[in-house]
Design a protein around this ligand. Structure first.
Ligand code: ZN
Length: 250
């Protein structure tokens, strides 16, 4: 029995490859027009021009268990706290400390604050800092900014983008020219922590054992009269079951 798998992949475990393939196979494809139609029907998506990751193929997560599991991995692309804003600034090559200096505010607790003088230990006004970083990101005219504005989130550890639209979860990939299996789908399968590949490995072992038994049985050339009848019947059963499997494995 051969399971379909990604043909262009460096994954060395064929069962993980096949499991990741199955994960993607149970998603439905959406083109940009269909996605725009769904977004237009969703009152929560206000952007009149929905930013889309590149290419024209999106994946609708059809299975409700997969949907819930992937949603747990989703995180916002918009910076929401100091650390995320720091990371974003560093990413777009802007001096983090310089911007932070512009968003310090009095602490109102130190001695100089209490004396009404300029604060000696000013603190970062986190909300103003995060807002300033978002505005700088906007000015960079980055595609990521518009994706984030449209509500796209990132699926942690996978490089995949996700959008909740009209009650559904849609995945998109903003890239081209490399193996999606190795860069996105197999990492997604691993992040989900599913055990499908373990079951595939067990089934493969059972298949191998059945093949070995079938080979031994046929080598007996019908000289099975000495075998206990129940064992003979079980071996015949196993041989027939093996013969009925898809023999495309080798
Ligand atoms: Zn102070």
């Amino acid at each position: 029995m051969t399971r379909p798998m990604f043909s262009f992949s460096n994954e060395t475990d064929p069962h993980i490859n096949a499991a990741a393939y199955r994960l993607v196979e149970q998603m439905a494809h959406l083109d940009a027009e269909a996605l725009k139609g769904k977004a237009a029907a969703d009152p929560d998506i206000e952007d009149e021009c929905l930013a889309l990751p590149m290419w024209n193929t999106y994946w609708l997560v059809s299975d409700s268990c997969d949907k819930r599991a992937i949603e747990r991995l989703c995180c916002s692309m918009m910076p929401e706290d100091e650390d995320e804003a720091d990371a974003l600034l560093a990413n777009i090559g802007i001096d983090v400390e310089e911007i932070k200096r512009d968003h310090l505010s009095d602490c109102y607790e130190c001695r100089t604050c209490q004396d009404g003088d300029a604060c000696s230990e000013p603190e970062l006004d986190e909300e103003a800092y995060v807002q300033a970083v978002i505005e700088m990101w906007d000015e960079c005219n980055s595609d990521d900014y518009w994706l984030a504005r449209s509500g796209w989130q990132v699926v942690a550890g996978t490089g995949i983008l996700a959008l909740e639209v009209d009650g559904d979860l849609v995945l998109g990939i903003d890239g081209a020219g490399y193996s999606f299996a190795d860069s996105h789908w197999i990492p997604l399968y691993k992040e989900l922590g599913y055990g499908w590949h373990k079951r595939y490995a067990r089934e493969a072992r059972i298949g191998e054992a059945a093949r070995d038994v079938a080979a031994v049985f046929s080598n007996l050339n019908g000289k099975t009269a000495d075998l206990p009848p129940k064992l003979r019947a079980a071996l015949q059963e196993l041989q027939a079951a093996y013969a009925s499997l898809d023999s495309g494995r080798d």
